[in-house]
Design a protein around this ligand. Structure first.
Ligand SMILES: *Cc1c(COP(=O)(O)O)cnc(C)c1O
Length: 239
């Protein structure tokens, strides 16, 4: 785990890069929010980052999110905003509804229906994004681009979920700029769906870009970037 000074230093760099990417692309800095991806880092790392002023965090597993959330809340006393960014199984829906600002990884109508049902039960409305496998990678979760409109149309009928936009996990690449085409394609898809004026949904949110390529994603319209390694350092997969 990094020290608080190191986390502060990394946050300063990432925030500067976000500001520069906004400037370069003629966007306002407040159009882009940074999600600090704390997966595989302990609650202490989240607490330190919150002391550095970072208050939005993302986790990719429900169990890890539910473990850290109360610990962080108790230690900081701050309003921390949590996002679920990783694959969600239907049987975990009950554990996450009501606990996060946004679920980024809805990849089927079936899953949206489960979130809707649980949200109704808890009397909440859950904001969601649809995850799109924009590069058509075999190994990735997400709807195929040509399935998204039909899914949006179905999910729009549900009362307790609100589609806010789209999310993608771009391919791992040594050359971040090579993902530009995927970010452009996701943006185009979102504009296309937005233009259909479907009731009950919006396409204002685009969650795309990670440590390797978030500046390119911002240039192509990202409103949330999800940065883990760039803030908390390399994850230790040996444990
Ligand atoms: C881990 C993860 C990230 C952050 O990845 P880094 O390369 O460490 O910035 C972003 N999005 C999702 C969905 C992730 O699982």
């Amino acid at each position: 785990m990094l020290t608080k000074q190191e986390i502060q230093h990394n946050l300063d760099i990432v925030n500067k890069q976000i500001a520069d990417a906004c400037l370069k692309s003629g966007r306002s800095r407040d159009e882009v929010e940074l999600i600090a991806v704390s997966k595989m880092n302990p609650a202490e790392a989240v607490i330190m980052a919150s002391e550095c002023g970072q208050l939005i965090f993302g986790e990719n597993k429900v169990q890890e999110l539910c473990g850290k959330q109360p610990e962080v809340a108790e230690a900081t006393g701050k309003e921390i905003e949590w996002h679920l960014i990783g694959h969600l199984q239907t049987n975990k829906v009950k554990d996450v509804v009501g606990k996060v600002r946004l679920i980024h990884s809805v990849d089927s109508v079936h899953l949206a229906e489960a979130i809707d049902k649980e949200s109704a039960k808890k009397a909440v409305i859950s904001d969601i994004l649809l995850e799109v496998n924009i590069a058509g990678e075999e190994s990735k979760y997400g709807l195929k681009p040509d399935e998204v409109l039909a899914a949006v149309t179905e999910i729009a009928k549900l009362k307790n979920v609100r589609i806010k936009g789209l999310m993608t996990v771009a391919p791992i690449s040594d050359n971040p700029v090579s993902n530009r085409i995927y970010f452009k394609n996701l943006k185009n898809l979102s504009v296309d769906i937005g233009s259909k004026n479907i009731d009950n949904i919006s396409m204002d949110v685009l969650s795309m870009g990670m440590t390797q390529d978030f500046e390119t994603a911002i240039e192509e319209g990202a409103t949330y970037v999800r940065v883990g390694t760039g803030i908390f350092g390399a994850r230790d997969y040996s444990k």
